[in-house]
Design a protein around this ligand. Structure first.
Ligand code: SF4
Ligand code: SF4
Length: 110
């Protein structure tokens, strides 16, 4: 479930608002998205995948985390590479190798 919009990273591009299938975000008065309908989040990671600045964090959980959770700790998430980590795994973003080229998958017979 979406947990974080990191204001210091956000450039107000609206991509997360546009790609979210359940309209979880509203555009705030300063252009920074606001999570206004968290309960509608499908944990689909699309917003995180599309965010060009790795400003979003979607926790791999179907329900919202409790206050004080490590999934609200921006500093910790940055240090562990989890802020925008899904996008990184996909290989989206400058200087990253596409995930499909690095994934280890099953061996298929010829
Ligand atoms: S994870 Fe999916 S449903 Fe949830 S806010 Fe992001 S785009 Fe919307
Ligand atoms: S996609 Fe990222 S940079 Fe763009 S508005 Fe959303 S949080 Fe901000």
């Amino acid at each position: 479930m979406i947990e974080i919009v990191e204001r210091d990273r956000c450039i107000g591009c609206d991509l997360c608002i546009d790609v979210c299938p359940t309209r979880v975000f509203d555009r705030g008065p300063d252009g920074i998205p606001v999570i206004t309908r968290q309960d509608d989040c499908q944990t689909c990671f699309q917003c995180e995948a599309y965010c060009p600045t790795d400003a979003l964090f979607v926790a791999p959980l179907a329900t919202a985390v409790a206050p004080g959770s490590r999934f609200h700790d921006v500093t910790g998430l940055e240090a562990s590479g989890l802020l925008g980590g899904y996008r990184s795994e996909l290989g989206w973003g400058r200087g990253r190798a596409l995930g499909a080229r690095t994934a280890v998958g099953p061996e298929y017979p010829d």
